[in-house]
Write a protein that binds this ligand. Structure first.
Ligand code: LMR
Length: 442
């Protein structure tokens, strides 16, 4: 097993000494190529001072690499470090799709620790989709990020073709087709919700700007870090050159939780629950919609006749599930969040089963439900599997549902006013209704 080695390099043509970004880039030893490579590219000034590598310089063999058309185009590459594998050169990989770049922020955290290995295994994007993982961390987590990259190396995932780590979103988001934004400050004791909105909002404003500057023009952005709806709005507003439709706040975990609770009550397995919408904010005002949901294809209310249970117990259980979990674990849900990120991605890249839909926190402009425009609000969506989505048309409302939706809408409007300084909409005014955030990690 290769020991961690710190590698300080200097090259005739470049200035790697103080401004470099390490890429772990390798081919699986088992199936494809016997060689692993590192590629190092320069960054603009003020970036990392240290280049670390899990292969000592004298251990690097000179690989029989092919300079691909892609690598030739990379302006930041220098000499040997631009050499890379050619998927078309080997029988096993010839039929594979073009490599996609996936950025993950908060990459050294618990959620990512589950998610990255799912992404790398092919479980998410499929067995013929090679991927590059671009891991964004903070200065504090850089060591841990290296640990994550080492574990990814040691896992020998054939589809994982590149891993790069860094703390600068302008570098990490370069050309990414997916940005999974998990990293955010969790709310600790004594931290006001308005403060959290501001602290995390600044992170997402910066990341939005970076995506706008360097990501693929059709990047799909999934925001997980809380408060995720408003963080998504901030990110989106700071990325005006990326379609607003490409931004999602993760409410799939809430959908999954709601399905589980309905299944439990109805005495069926959870795969029998469909058409589950979460409306609104990923907070305790969210509305799990039992009016439109179905069990075994039948409206929930025809199977679960206890309306009081649906309106009170069920609704509250879903709304507060995250908080209860924090109390049990002492930290936020991680594995189930990662699973729900996978579900959310798959919902966008595979056609929605006929008649069904999924929930995602998306931009309200053009929504057919009468929800105020200019918010990121969880709503029912369907996809053709092309990464895009449409709003579902045939949903029904009653007074209860309308009232509940109005409450979560009011909360999101207040959050929006509170971050006006980060969305370019003037001076922030924080008049947040009640304390509706989850309790936060201790
Ligand atoms: C969850 O729903 O489990 C998390 O979003 C809770 C949290 O605040 O981290």
């Amino acid at each position: 097993m290769a020991a961690m080695t710190e590698l300080y390099v200097s090259y005739p043509n470049t200035t790697l000494h103080s401004q470099s970004q390490l890429h772990f880039s390798y081919s699986s030893t088992t199936h494809f190529s016997k060689h692993r490579r590192i590629s190092i590219r320069t960054l603009p000034p003020t970036r990392n001072k240290l280049v670390s590598c899990s292969i000592a310089p004298n251990q690097i063999e000179s690989p029989p690499t092919v300079l691909t058309d892609d690598s030739k185009k990379k302006p930041e590459c220098y000499g040997v470090f631009c050499l890379t594998y050619d998927l078309k050169a080997e029988d096993e990989t010839k039929s594979w799709k073009k490599l996609i770049n996936i950025a993950v922020s908060g990459a050294a955290g618990m959620i990512s620790n589950h998610l990255l290995f799912k992404l790398a295994s092919g479980e998410v994007f499929g067995p013929d989709q090679p991927i590059a993982l671009k891991l964004l961390g903070s200065e504090r987590s850089l060591q841990a990020l290296e640990g994550v990259a080492m574990e990814l190396e040691d896992s020998l995932f054939p589809l994982l073709r590149e891993v790069s780590i860094g703390i600068d979103p302008y570098d990490i988001f370069q050309d990414v087709e997916w940005a999974l934004l998990i990293g955010a400050k969790p709310r600790g004791p004594g931290l006001e919700r308005a403060d959290l909105l501001d602290i995390n909002g600044q992170i997402f404003a910066e990341q939005g700007k970076a995506l706008n500057a360097v990501a693929s023009r059709n990047v799909k952005v999934m925001v997980v870090g809380n408060p995720c709806n408003t963080n998504t709005l901030i990110c989106m507003k700071n990325a005006p050159n990326i379609p607003a439709k490409n931004f999602h706040a993760l409410t799939r975990l809430d959908e999954n939780r709601a399905k589980c609770q309905l299944a439990l009550k109805a005495g069926v397995f959870y795969d029998k629950v469909s058409n589950m919408t979460i409306w609104g904010n990923h907070s305790t005002t969210q509305v799990p919609d039992f009016l439109n949901a179905r069990i075994l294809g039948v409206p929930v209310k025809e199977i679960i006749k206890d309306t009081k249970w649906l309106e009170e117990e069920f609704t509250e259980k879903v709304q507060k599930r995250g908080g209860v979990l924090i109390q049990k674990w002492g930290r936020s849900s991680a594995a189930s969040t990662a699973v729900s990120i996978v579900d959310a991605i798959k919902s966008l890249i595979t056609p929605t089963p006929e008649g069904d839909w999924f929930s995602s926190g998306v931009y309200t402009n053009g929504n057919p439900y009468g929800i105020s425009e200019g918010l990121v609000f969880s709503m029912p969506c369907q996809s053709k599997g092309d990464g895009d989505y449409e709003f579902v048309k045939n949903v029904i409302f009653d007074d209860y549902l309308r009232q509940r939706i109005a409450k979560t809408e009011a909360e999101l409007m207040a959050e929006k006013r509170c971050v006006a300084h980060l969305t370019g909409e003037g001076i922030a005014v924080c008049d947040l209704p009640g304390d509706t955030m989850l309790p936060g990690e201790m």
